[in-house]
Design a protein around this ligand. Sequence first.
Ligand SMILES: *[C@@H]1O[C@H](CO)[C@@H](O)[C@H](O)[C@H]1NC(C)=O
Ligand SMILES: *[C@@H]1O[C@H](CO)[C@@H](O)[C@H](O)[C@H]1NC(C)=O
Ligand SMILES: *[C@@H]1O[C@H](CO)[C@@H](O)[C@H](O)[C@H]1NC(C)=O
Ligand SMILES: [Zn+2]
Length: 510
Amino acid sequence: MAALCGRAVVCSLAGLLVLFVSVLLIRTYTWPERAVRQWHWKEPSGMELMEEEKEQLIEALKGAIRIPTVSFSEDKQNTTALAEFGKYIEKVFPNVFSSKLITHEVFGNYSHLFKVNGSDHTLQPYMLLAHLDVVPATPESWEVSPFSGVEQDGYIYGRGTLDDKSSLIGILQALEFLLKKGYKPCRSFYIGLGHDEEVFGHRGAKIMAEELKNRKVKLAFLVDEGLPVIDGIIPGLNCPVALIGITEKGSLTLKLTVNGSPGHSSFPPLESSIGILSAAVSRLEQNPMPNKFGEGPERAMFEHVASKFVFPLNIVMANLWAFSLVVSRFLAQSSSTNAMIRTTTALTIFQSGIKSNVVPPTATATVNFRIHPAQTVKEVLDIVRKTIQDERVELSVMNSFDPLPVSSHDVESVGYQILQHTIHSVFSGAPSAPAVCIGNTDSRYFVPLTNNIYRFNPVILKKEDLNRIHGLNERISKEALERLVQFYFQLIQNADIDKIPIPHRATHEL
Ligand SMILES: *[C@@H]1O[C@H](CO)[C@@H](O)[C@H](O)[C@H]1NC(C)=O
Ligand SMILES: *[C@@H]1O[C@H](CO)[C@@H](O)[C@H](O)[C@H]1NC(C)=O
Ligand SMILES: *[C@@H]1O[C@H](CO)[C@@H](O)[C@H](O)[C@H]1NC(C)=O
Ligand SMILES: [Zn+2]
C-alpha cells in the first residue's frame, strides 16, 4: 500500500514536471513578435540628408552647446546664456521663425512655444517637448572643455549633447528642413522648449502647460525626452531595444531634523543629535522599500521583448508567471535595474556641527525617494515613519508628487503606434517596449492636456554612455545626431495619419 502510494506520488510529480516544462516551452516559442506589424503607412518623403544639411545640423548643435545655459539651482540660472539661446535659434532656424504656418511665443522670458498650423483641424494636435537648460559641468575633469562643442573621433562633446540640446536642435532642424521642402502638416502640433527643466520646470514648462490648459487645448499625444534605445544594458538582451517611457516615477524629498541640547565635548550628552540622526538614516538605507516587480508596468517591458533574450533567459521572460520572484531578486542586484523595481532611497544631504569641541544642538539630513508606480507618496511616508521609529526625528516634506498616470500603449493608441512605427523604421527594425522612466521630465505638467505622454530619446545608448548623462564627457556621435533628426523628420510626417490603419494580419495580444 505504502509503496504503491509512493509510486503514484512520483508519477504525478513527474507528470506535473512534464506539464510545467511544456507550458514554459510553448509560451516561449509561440511568443508573439510584437515588433513586426505591417501597417499601411505612407512612406515619409525625402529622408536622406544631403552633405550640406548634415554639416548644418552638426554646426547647429555645436553652437547650441557653446552657450552655457546652466541651471545651478532654482534661483540661479545663467540668464545671459538663456537669453542668448533664444537669439541663437532664431538665427539658425530662419524658416521656423518666419513661416506663416508657425506662431511663436515666449514664456517666463526664456522658454519657447511654437504652434505649427496644420491643414486639417479635425485632427487633434500633438506636442513635442525638449529643454534648453543643462546641469553644471566641472571643466577640470573633462577630456575637453564641456562648453566648447568640440568634435573628436566622430563625436561632438559637451554638456547637453545627450540631455537635451540634441533633441531640441533635432526637432527644430527637422522642422526647418521640412519647411524648406515646402512641407505643410495636416495635423497641427506644438513644440515646447523649457528653460528650467533641470530645476523643476516651474517657470517654463509649468507655466506653458497652464496657459495651454486655459486655452482649452487638448493633445492627442506628447513626446518628451526620456528613455533611449538601449544596447547591451540589460544582461542577456541581445539586440537594441527602444524603451518608451509610459509613466514616470514619483518623488518625495524629506528633511529629517533632530533638535538636542548643545554641550561641551568634555561632558557630552549620552545621545547626540548626530548619533540619533545617523541611526535614523542608516535604518532607512538598510531597509529598502519593498520590491514591487510585477505590480507596475515594468513587467510589460520584459514580456514585450521576451523572445529577444538569449537562451535560457527567453524561457524565463516568457514565463514571468513562474519566475517573477527570481527575476526581481536578480534585478535588485544592480543599482540601475534596482531602480526599476522599487521606490529608491537616496541620502543626499547631511549637515551638523561647526567646531571640534562643541556638541551641536541640531542635525539635519535630506532624503530623496523616487516612487515606484505601484506606490504613492502617502504609502512611502508611512513606511518611513515605521522604519525610523523614533519621534525625536522630525520629518518635513520638502516637495512631493505621486507617480505619473500610465499612458495608453495598445494597438488602438495613435500616439504610441506612430512612435513605434517611426522607431521601427529609423532604428533598423529595433523592437520597442513600454517602460517606466526613472527620472522626471517637464512632461508631467501636461497631464491635464493628454492621457498619452511618451518619454523617449531617439539615440542608441550603451552601458558606458549612461554615466555621461549629467556626468563627464557627455557626447553624441555625428551618425547618432543624423539619425535623431531623421527620427523627428519622420515622426512629424507620420503624425499626419488620421487613424491607425488595420494590421495586415491579426496578431494576438497577451
Ligand atoms: C553665462 O553665459 C555667458 C554667455 O551667454 C557666459 O559668458 C558666462 O561666462 C556664463 N556665466 C557663468 C557663470 O557660467
Ligand atoms: C523676466 O525679465 C524681467 C526683466 O528682465 C524680470 O523683471 C522678470 O522677473 C522676469 N520674469 C521671469 C518669469 O523670470
Ligand atoms: C491655419 O490653417 C488653416 C487652413 O490651412 C487656415 O484656414 C487658418 O487661417 C490658419 N490659422 C492660422 C492662425 O494661421
Ligand atoms: Zn533632460
